[in-house]
Write a protein that binds this ligand. Structure first.
Ligand SMILES: Cc1cc2nc3c(=O)[nH]c(=O)nc-3n(C[C@H](O)[C@H](O)[C@H](O)COP(=O)(O)OP(=O)(O)OC[C@H]3O[C@@H](n4cnc5c(N)ncnc54)[C@H](O)[C@@H]3O)c2cc1C
Length: 380
């Protein structure tokens, strides 16, 4: 067993943390205020090779696997959950199936520009009537004259309103059910009938979330990912890997809330001493530190399994569930430690608290993670 990051991962961690500190942190306040993703980060990070680090060098990635991806997501989320959401989707669920199941042409046309930050990617599964129950999607794709005609609506799509392409799930044959009837398509933003609008959230405001609609949207046949009817398993593969990255986002957020709280508790004086010296606060901080450490090791273990091509469904769900609940607890405790100051708009911890609300909902709620884990331990 090795409890240390590899030299390559250590070097990357230092580089991406420095980058996030220097290039991302200064953009956060404005991005949060205007609820706008700083779009210049895509080409900037792409040029440096920081955007989609897990993909192999032959496509422009850094080839440092899911572990590299986790390190990157955590470093960005430390400064902004909203920004990390956009970056994480780009290197994760929005491009994953293009890499694993796409043709070489699709990789050159979509994956390579996404890695370079020249194209923004989104992942379109959720619909107004299909959230946790992904098989209930109503979007259809009907084959006609060498094209698939898409009709339907997607909601809560990260990067949706700013994307250049979206990986969209649709039924090609409803009679076959989700396991044989769902297909996955790459839909370009310029195609007639593909409309996008922005959704406004109270949390992760520096990340973009959109609603998409397809109205007789004619998608070229060559934009089908893999085989027709196999889309659902492809989606599940992408989502399982995505949970590990999502957990890293919660980890970055928790670490930020913990660091701010430790600093504040050591500086704030009441009753003639720093409030950190009161056992009530010291124990809170001790528990926060422990939970963060435990989350980190669950994530690293799941990432290691992923990178070794070993089964990781249970571990990915455990990492996601645990890390998001840690983020919930740690950010609540951070608010308590900051007292009244934590409640002011200027306080960073209120943002952490708001942003933590996303952790237990997106990419599979905590209840769905428990469902996955319970199935994996044999309860069916
Ligand atoms: C900011 C944001 C970004 C997002 N980004 C994307 C994206 O990029 N792409 C995308 O496709 N989707 C995205 N989503 C959608 C997200 O994945 C869904 O919101 C999530 O899966 C939950 O679906 P829902 O909101 O419809 O809730 P519902 O499924 O309606 O669930 C409501 C509640 O019921 C519970 N529940 C539902 N079914 C069960 C069950 N079987 N057992 C126990 N409890 C259950 C849930 O846990 C939850 O507490 C995003 C959402 C948000 C808010």
């Amino acid at each position: 067993m090795d409890f240390e990051l590899s030299e390559e991962h250590k070097m990357f961690q230092e580089a991406i943390r420095n980058f996030a500190e220097k290039e991302i942190a200064p953009l956060v306040e404005e991005a949060e205020k205007t609820a706008t993703f700083p779009i210049q980060l895509f080409p900037k990070m792409g040029k440096l090779g920081y955007l989609c680090v897990r993909y192999p060098a032959k496509y422009g990635g850094a080839g440092i696997g899911k572990m590299g991806d986790c390190i990157s997501v955590e470093a960005v989320a430390y400064h902004s959950v909203g920004i990390s959401a956009g970056i994480m989707v780009q290197g994760g669920i929005a491009t994953s199936a293009v890499y694993t199941r796409g043709s070489e042409d699709q990789k050159q046309k979509y994956l390579v520009p996404a890695i370079k930050g020249e194209k923004i990617a989104a992942f379109g599964l959720t619909e107004p009537n299909a959230g946790s129950d992904a098989a209930a999607i109503e979007t259809t794709a009907t084959k006609k004259n060498g094209k698939y005609i898409l009709n339907g609506t997607k909601i809560f799509i990260t990067n949706g309103n700013i994307c250049d392409f979206v990986l969209a799930a649709a039924y090609t044959d409803k009679s076959k059910g989700s396991r044989g009837g769902v297909s996955l398509f790459i839909v370009d933003k310029g195609i007639q009938g593909f409309n996008r609008s922005k959704l406004h959230k109270f949390c992760a405001r520096s990340g973009e979330t959109g609603e998409l609609s397809f109205e007789d949207c004619a998608v070229p046949e060559e934009n089908l990912i893999g085989e027709e009817g196999k889309g659902f398993p492809y989606l599940m593969e992408s989502l399982t890997g995505g949970r590990i990255s999502h957990a890293s986002r919660s980890l970055g957020l928790s670490r930020a809330a913990y660091d701010a709280s430790l600093k504040y508790a050591q500086e704030r004086v009441q009753f003639g001493q720093p409030i950190a010296k009161f056992q009530a606060n010291a124990f809170k901080l001790a528990r926060m530190a422990m939970e963060i450490e435990a989350a980190r090791w669950l994530i690293y273990y799941a990432a290691w399994l992923y990178d070794q091509n070993k089964p990781h469904v249970k571990e990915a769900a455990m990492a996601k569930l645990f890390a998001s609940e840690v983020a919930t607890h740690v950010t609540i405790e951070a608010m308590q430690i900051h007292g009244g100051y934590g409640l002011t708009e200027e306080s960073v911890v209120q943002r952490y608290f708001r942003d933590s609300r996303m952790s237990t909902i997106t990419e599979g709620t905590s209840e769905i993670q428990q469902l996955v884990i319970s199935r994996e331990i044999g309860i069916r």
